[in-house]
Design a protein around this ligand. Sequence first.
Ligand code: ARG
Length: 585
Amino acid sequence: MIVKELEKLVQAALFALAKEGVLDAAPVEHIAFEHPEDKKHGDYSANIALVLGEKIGKNPRELAEGIARVFPPAEFLERVEVAGPGFLNFFLSRAYLANELGEILKKKEKYGKGECRGKVIIEYSSPNIAKPFGIGHLRSTIIGQAIYNLYKFLGYACVGINYPGDWGTPHGKILYEVHEVLLKDKSAEEKKDILENLSIEELERLYVQFHKDAASNPALEEVARNWFKKLEDGDKEARMVWEYTKRVSFREFERIYRLLDVSIDHTIGESFFEDKMDEVIRDFQKRGLATESRGALIVSFPNEELSPAMLLKSDGATTYFTRDMANMKYRLKRWKPSLVVIETGVEQNLHFQQVFLASRLVGYAKDEQFAHVYHGLYRSKEGKFSTRKGETIHLEDVLHDAKARAREILDSSEASREFSENEKQEIAGVVGIGAVKYNDLSQHPSGDIVFDWDKMLNLRGNSAPYLQYTYARCQSILRKSNLAGPSYSHLNGVKDVNEEEMGVLRLLYRFPEVVEDAARRFSPNMVCSFAFSVAQAYNLFYNTHRVLEAETKEIANFRLALTKATAQIIKNCLFLLGIQAPEKM
Ligand code: ARG
C-alpha cells in the first residue's frame, strides 16, 4: 500500500533531521495521513509537523519545511508542499497513478488482495427459531457477510458462524402455544400430522398469540418458563415439538439465505452448548468468580466495571450468558482466532462486553481481540418496525417489492428495449436485492436505517443501482470498443492527462487502502462511499469527454483503460458488499 511507503519516507526525513540536530531523536510514532478534500492540497496530507512541533516546542511551519527539504526522492511522488501552519501535502506522480491503472487491469479482482494474515471468527445473522426472520437479522446477515468478505479479501482465514437462537425461555413460549393451541386433546397420530405440516407462518402467529395472551394473563410467563425447563430436562414431548419447530425454521432460514445470496460457513446454535454449560459453571466456581445472589448464581466484575451477569437463574435454568460463555470457550479452543467479531443489534452491547470480559477473567481468552459490531434499528419513514407485536415486515415481501420496483425502472429505460425477458428479470433481481443491501451497508452499522424506496433506487444518488448502472455503462463502452481489451501498454502514448481523467486516476489506486480501513473499523460503508466517489468521478469524465471517438487512437486507448479499471474497481467494491454487477442495465 502506497500510504505505508509514504510513511517510511516521512520517517526517513525525520531521521535525517535528527541527524542534522534539528530534532533530538527521530520519533517512532505512527504518522497519520489523510486525503485532503480539496485536490489542490494533493493526494495525501499529514499533520506530523504540527503534532511534533507542539510536543517539542518548535515552530511547526519550520519543522514542516525542514521535512520537505530533506524528503527522500521517490518515483511515486511528484512533489511535497508545505501549507498553512505546517501541513505537509504530498502529490503522487503521474507515473505512479498510470502504473496503478496498469496494476488494476492486470490483477483484476485480485487487486489489493492480501494473504496469510491470521484467523478471524465472524458471527452473524443468528436468527431465532420459531420466530420470524426479523429485519434486525437481515441487517446482521448483510453487514456480517460484508465484514466477512472484507477480512477474507485481506487474506485472513475467516470462520463464519451462524448462531441461531434455538434454546432458552422463548422456546418455552412456543412449546406452550403449540401444545395448548395445536395439540391439545389430539391423538398421537393427529399430533404427528399437525407437526409434520407446521409452517413458519403458523409458528409466527403462535408467538404473537402468546404475547397477546400473556398481556392479559401474566402467569403465562411462568408457564412458559416451565415448558422450557421441561425441554431442558429432556421431556419427550417437549423435545419432539422442539425438533419440529427447529426443522421448519431452518428450512425457512435456508430459503432466505438463498434469496440474499448469502452462505455462512458453520451453523452452531445455542442448543449445541446445552451439555457444555455445567463445565462453564465449574470453571467460574473454580476461579472464585461465581457468587450466589438470591438463589441465582452470578458473575460480578472487578470494580463493578460492568453490571453482574447471570450464570444460573434461581430456578436453576441456564441463561443466554451461560451459553455464550460455553460458546466462547468452544470457539477459542477449536479455531484459535486472533479476532472474534460478533454482529447483532445494539441492545446486546452490554451482554457482549460482559461475555468478552468474563472470557478473559475465566481464562478462556488471552490476547485475542474481540469486537461487537452492532447495528441500529430499521425504521420506516413512519417509525420503528418490531417483531414482538407482529408488525414484522417480511423480508420476502421486501425483496419482492424491490425487484418489482427495479423492474419498473428498467422498463422505462431506453436501453432495456433490447433485453430479453429473461435478462430483464435477472437484472431486476440483481438491482432490487442490491438496492436493499446497499441501503443498509452505505451507512455506518451503528446508525438507524430508514427504509425509503426512492433513495434506495435513486439512479443518481449513493445507491446500488447507480453503481450498477455505472458499471454496466462502462461494460457497454468496452463492448463497443472492439478491442481485445486495453492494456497497460496503451498508456505509453499519452502525454497529457486532463482534469477529469486525473480525477478518476487519483481515486482508483486507493482501493486497497479503503478495504483495509473498512475492515479495521468494521465499516463497510467506507467501501460504499469510495465506490460512489469513483462512479461520480467517472461519470463526470464521461459526460465531459468522448471515449470511443476520442481525438487520437492513443487517447481513446487510454480512456478505455480508464473505463475498464473503473468498472473493475466498482465491481470489486460491489463484490465485497455482496452485490452483483450486471453486464447490462
Ligand atoms: N439469536 C440472538 C438474537 O436474535 C442473536 C445471537 C447473537 N450472538 C450471540 N453469540 N449471542 O437476539
